[in-house]
Design a protein around this ligand. Structure first.
Ligand code: SAM
Length: 275
């Protein structure tokens, strides 16, 4: 770095998969600070090794005790300190909130270096209305709580953006199908990585697809705003045909029955006709 960094907190976004997605300023800052606060020293150690940077790493998250936070704040009063998370933009469903809040209260200079963020990448890729979007973090784990959150957000006139994990995708799609039927949904998976995918459809279509092809990796789930119900009626034939490309009629009927709640026997009869 040409000029030395002044003391303070530097929030630095890091790649969400593709290691090429790091800014020149981020690299210079990570090289120029006195220490890097991070969620997991092994994860950040690997990134810094890849960048050819040797740094002092300090483990920090919002559950770290007050003494650890105070030490970090004292350090950034005197020296420049970076904050990174395992991937993407710190504080966005990642640690840092308490640290930034206290640093600002103490008059410490805080700056944020923009970079990768899975929600924004998914939003740009999905083709869903982008004039307004609402980022809502992770949906709750429990069925009732998950449905309550979706019901609470049902009338928000914006595309809804959630972080998701592969094992929970089926439960979330089922909840969307029951609470927000007719909405177009996008599943953005493995963004910036080799097997990046963005698939759109009704929650039933997507559930049937991922039932036949269990998803791997990291996922962002997006739901179109109300009034954009382009999906309309469930196209049972399309769902069955999508399944029949890979599995037998009985399995296709079972998958579509699970995704839509429709009668399995009737679906089996239709699958036999379509085959
Ligand atoms: N701070 C990060 C950011 O700026 O995107 C998000 C951290 S949050 C703990 C992790 C979640 O982000 C994952 O469960 C997934 O929903 C989303 N995510 C992160 N990387 C992703 C990727 N490459 N593709 C799809 N989703 C991703």
């Amino acid at each position: 770095m040409e000029k030395s960094l002044s003391p303070g907190l530097y929030i630095v976004a890091t790649p969400i998969g593709n290691l090429g997605d790091i800014t020149i300023r981020a690299v210079e800052t990570l090289r120029g600070v006195a220490a890097v606060a991070c969620e997991d020293t092994r994860v950040t150690g690997k990134l810094l090794h890849h960048l050819g940077i040797k740094q002092r790493l300090i483990r920090y998250d919002d559950h770290s005790d007050e003494a650890a936070r105070d030490r970090l704040l004292a350090l950034m009063q005197a020296e420049p300190v970076a904050l990174v998370s395992d991937a993407g933009t710190p504080l966005i469903s990642d640690p840092g909130y308490r640290l930034v809040r206290t640093a600002r209260e103490q008059g410490i200079a805080v700056t944020s270096l923009p970079g990768p963020n899975a929600a924004v990448v998914a939003m740009t890729l999905s083709g869903l209305p982008n004039d307004r979007f609402l980022f809502a973090g992770f949906l709750p784990n429990k069925t009732k709580a998950r449905e309550d959150v979706l019901a609470e957000l049902a009338s928000v006139p914006a595309t809804l953006v959630f972080y998701e994990t592969a094992p929970r995708l089926d439960a979330s799609l089922a909840a969307i199908a029951s609470v927000l039927p007719g909405r177009e949904v996008a599943v953005a998976r493995e963004l910036t990585k080799r097997f990046e995918e963005c698939r759109t459809g009704s929650p039933q279509e997507l559930a049937a697809h991922y039932e036949a092809h269990p998803p791997k990796g990291e996922i962002v789930l997006l739901i179109a705003p109300p009034g954009d119900e382009a999906v309309g009626e469930i196209d049972v034939d399309a769902l069955l045909l999508a399944e029949l490309a890979y599995v037998k009629p009985s399995q296709a009927a079972a998958a579509v029955a699970k995704a839509t709640g429709l009668d399995r026997k009737g679906l089996y009869a239709r699958a036999m006709e379509l085959k």
